[in-house]
Each structure stands twice: as structure tokens, then as C-alpha cells.
Write a protein that binds this ligand. Structure first.
Ligand code: ZN
Length: 336
């Protein structure tokens, strides 16, 4: 069983919050903190050493930010790559995590731009070009808020991204609005299958002819009370933001193996998954750097890994920790 643990390397939550109301005309570089990122890197090295003693090689990918917000607040699109690429790639690999944050002059805040396709394509293309001109050639992406639309998917495919890891099959979030401050977290993967696929140009959720490979975060379904609670929370959010398209559900095909959702009682769900494991299944978990500053989250994370290892060996299944390239190489053969 392949396990793909990756990091959406956003700045620390506290600074990300202030970033979102920070005017790009000021230069608040020192206000954007990456404490969590460096701490997670150290922590993952520690995990690597522990796992090595158990006979496992731990691999992971850190998806770094390069987008309009980073460009306007930090000076270049490639700023985070310049700062962290070498540090990370001594041990792990690096991918690209673009957020489609756009500055609103009217509201004086950053918001998720999901309508203006031309703007989104330009930002992605310019970010990619700037990374290239700084000597960074990225092959793998994970979008901010897991968001995609037809334009962003086609753009990533056209500029040469080999695989994208944003799809969360079954997941749909209307996004939430904090009036005058921010709108974000909109994504729709409600019609996506749980199998790696080449997206269709006119429908990013379905398979078609684009060159890029979309690798969903799950290849299986989970159900039960935890799923109901989770989707009820999303439904309530959609009600609050006057989008009535979301309904609570007992079953979703979304990535529930996130650090903040893996509680001890969820291991039964993982056991069910392992019991019906086939070679096309893999497990993903993603986290945000600041999560790992919390001792409790570290405990949950380590327990997740150890329980996974012991449950897998119970069913005589081999486990391997893969990074973005490792997963891409393994799933290409059975993609559609
Ligand atoms: Zn993010």
C-alpha cells in the first residue's frame, strides 16, 4: 500500500490571516512567518529516522506557494522557492501550491478568484515562468483550497505540469464569505471518480484528453457518523453563505485522513479500507505546517502512522511511503 503524506506549505495561520487583509502596496515581508514550515521539516526528518529504524523509507512532498499574493507581498512569485527549496530537497521533494488569491481594491482584502478565467490562467502561467527563470522546474501541483475549474486545469496541463493532486472526490464546498474581509475555500469535486484520470478540457471533473494526470486524494469511500458530522458542518457553512447547494451525507469520497480529522475512533474506518485493499488503492494525508507545532497533532500523526503499519502487517500487505513522483510513477499504469 502506497502512503502519500504531503504538506500544503502555507505560511503560519496567524500570519496568513493578517496577509489576507494586508494591502500589497505595503511590504510586510517580516509579517509573513514560516515558522511551521521549518518546524515541520525538522519534525519530518525526525520521523524519517524513527521509521528507518523500523525498516521504512519515509518520503514526502512539500508543495510551496508561488502565486499573485506571494508575488505582490514578497516581491517575486518564486520567493518561497528561493528561500526553502534547497532546505527541503536535501531530504524531501518540492511541488507547487498556487492559491488564486486576488486583491480587491473595493473591499481592501484578498479573496479567492474563481470566476475570472483569464486572470487565473495568467497568474498560473506567470508564476510558472518566474519559477523557471529562477531555475525551478516544477512537475507536480496541489491547488490552494483544492480548487480547480476548466481554465486552471487546462492551463496547468498546457504549461507542462505532469500531475496535479487537488481532486477530492465527492467533496464540494461553496466557499465562505466573511463580509468585507475574505471569500475562500470554494471547490467542487462532486462528480469526480476515485481513480487517476486525464481531465476533459470542457469538464475538469471528468476524464478526457488533457495531458496532465489528476491524481485524486482518495481511491476509496468512507462512511459513518464522522462523515455525517463533517458534511453537516460543510452544509451549515453553505447555508451561512447563502449557497444552498450542499447537503449533508452519510457517505463521501473525500480525504478524511487529514491530521485534524483522524481521531482515534476513525481507525476502524481505516481498518475497513485496508481489509478491502487492492493494488489500485493508496492512502493520502495532507497537513498544514502549523498543524505540526501542536503536540497533540504530532501524537495523532505518529499514532496514525504506527497504527497503519501494524494494521497493514496484520493483513500481510506491504507499505511504502511515496512522494509526488513516486505516486505518479505507480498510478500512471492504471489511470483512465
Ligand atoms: Zn493552501
Amino acid at each position: 500500500m502506497h502512503v502519500f503524506i504531503h504538506v500544503d506549505a502555507d505560511p503560519d495561520h496567524s500570519s496568513a490571516y493578517s496577509m489576507n487583509v494586508m494591502s500589497p502596496t505595503r511590504v510586510p515581508r517580516e509579517n509573513i512567518r514560516w515558522h511551521g514550515l521549518l518546524a515541520t521539516l525538522d519534525y519530518f526528518r525526525n520521523i524519517s529516522e524513527k521509521l528507518e529504524k523500523l525498516g521504512f523509507t519515509f518520503r514526502s512532498t512539500f508543495f510551496l506557494r508561488a502565486d499573485e499574493q506571494i508575488n505582490r507581498l514578497c516581491g517575486t512569485y518564486a520567493e518561497t522557492f528561493v528561500e526553502f527549496y534547497d532546505k527541503i530537497t536535501r531530504f524531501f521533494s518540492v511541488g507547487w501550491h498556487p492559491h488564486l488569491y486576488r486583491w480587491s481594491e473595493g473591499f481592501q482584502c484578498w479573496y479567492q478568484e474563481y470566476k475570472d478565467a483569464e486572470w487565473a490562467s495568467r497568474v498560473l502561467t506567470d508564476s510558472y515562468k518566474d519559477l523557471k527563470s529562477h531555475g525551478f522546474s516544477v512537475r507536480f501541483s496541489k491547488m490552494g483550497w483544492c480548487f480547480h475549474n476548466n481554465a486552471t486545469m487546462k492551463t496547468l496541463s498546457d504549461i507542462g505540469i505532469a500531475a496535479d493532486f487537488s481532486a477530492a472526490p465527492g467533496f464540494k464546498s461553496p466557499g465562505y464569505l466573511e463580509p468585507g474581509r475574505s471569500f475562500q475555500n470554494k471547490a467542487d469535486w462532486s462528480k469526480t471518480c476515485t481513480r487517476p484520470y486525464h481531465p476533459c478540457e470542457s469538464n475538469y471533473q471528468q476524464h478526457g484528453g488533457l495531458k496532465i494526470l489528476e491524481i485524486p486524494q482518495t481511491t476509496y469511500e468512507l462512511g459513518g457518523p464522522i462523515v455525517l458530522l463533517y458534511t453537516m458542518k460543510l452544509a451549515l457553512k453553505s447555508y451561512v453563505s447563502f449557497d444552498f447547494s450542499y447537503f449533508p451525507s452519510f457517505r463521501v469520497r473525500s480525504p478524511l485522513l487529514l491530521a485534524n480529522l483522524v481521531k482515534r475512533e476513525d481507525f476502524e474506518e481505516i481498518r475497513k479500507l485496508i481489509k478491502k485493499w487492492r493494488k489500485e488503492h493508496y492512502v493520502t494525508m495532507y497537513l498544514h505546517p502549523e498543524d505540526m507545532l501542536d503536540v497533540n497533532n504530532r501524537l495523532v500523526f505518529e499514532e496514525f502512522i504506527h497504527r497503519l503499519i501494524s494494521m497493514v502487517s496484520e493483513y500481510d500487505i506491504k507499505i511504502s511511503f511515496v512522494d509526488a513522483l513516486g505516486l505518479y510513477d505507480r498510478v500512471r499504469a492504471w489511470s483512465i
